[in-house]
Write a protein that binds this ligand. Sequence first.
Ligand code: C2E
Ligand code: CA
Ligand code: CA
Ligand code: CA
Length: 277
Amino acid sequence: AKKAGRNTFCFYDDGMGSDVSERTLLELDLRDAVMRSEFLLHYQPIVDAASRTVRAFEALMRWTHPVRGTIPPTEFIPLAEETGLIVALGSWALHEACREAASWPGDLRVAVNVSAVQFARPGLEKVVGDALSASGLPAHRLELEITESVLMSDAESVVACLHRLRDLGVRIALDDFGTGYSSLSYLRRFPFDKIKIDRSFIRDISDGNTAAIVRAIVGLGERTGATITAEGVETAEQFEGVCREGCNQVQGYLFSEPLRASRVMNFVEELALRSST
Ligand code: C2E
Ligand code: CA
Ligand code: CA
Ligand code: CA
């Protein structure tokens, strides 16, 4: 393609080229970043709906890139999953979150997201066990958040793994509930300790049909003993809505964005003050 179709070729080449190199650069950066420990965890409070006190914090990964600044997880987690780097990154997150949470008072829990790729490799149970023993965090204060994609493939070995993790005393939460293709079927495969209703439902909670679905999920939770958490609660109206439908816990910008580790204890105390007055 020298002359004929040159424009087309150039257009195609430029488009592809920049896309591929952008990706490759980010991938190279990601490998370095794991070595250079450019990652940190932020913690978002999960609040008990009735008492309005903090029950747990969800650990959410942040990448502080030396040039690009903070890169959100939605941009680098998929890449880390494709390249397998998520295995190292996920182990780091488990260790870091447990270490941090071990210094929190009372029975505050920490929730850590675990990718389907981590379940597909052997060794997850050992990583979890090591993170607990190295930090001294009691197992019941660790919650693992998994999405439906974890149960999509090779369900039997995954379910066996979930049972062994549960036997350690760790709690298992089903994340982003309602967004997958066969959400209900996943509930039959494993008795989850917690179900987190995806924020798309919470956004539309003022709609009667959506409220009815949320109420039905709450009913499921009551029958199975699962705690129901509403994700992405941003407004007072949404908070009222999810409380009315019976959700046990809420998480979202209305209460707090994900916080730096150093601000976790401040938040717990502030909210306790606000809720007692
Ligand atoms: P997720 O597990 O569903 O986490 C909740 C996401 O919703 C977080 O985005 C949080 O900041 C955001 N969020 C919280 N409250 C609100 C709200 O009121 N409104 C809106 N619009 N958003 C809210 P974030 O931190 O950007 O993380 C995005 C996703 O990246 C997470 O979704 C999770 O799937 C993944 N992720 C983050 N950290 C990790 C990790 O350590 N390991 C793995 N495997 N995935 C992670
Ligand atoms: Ca999550
Ligand atoms: Ca979620
Ligand atoms: Ca999500």
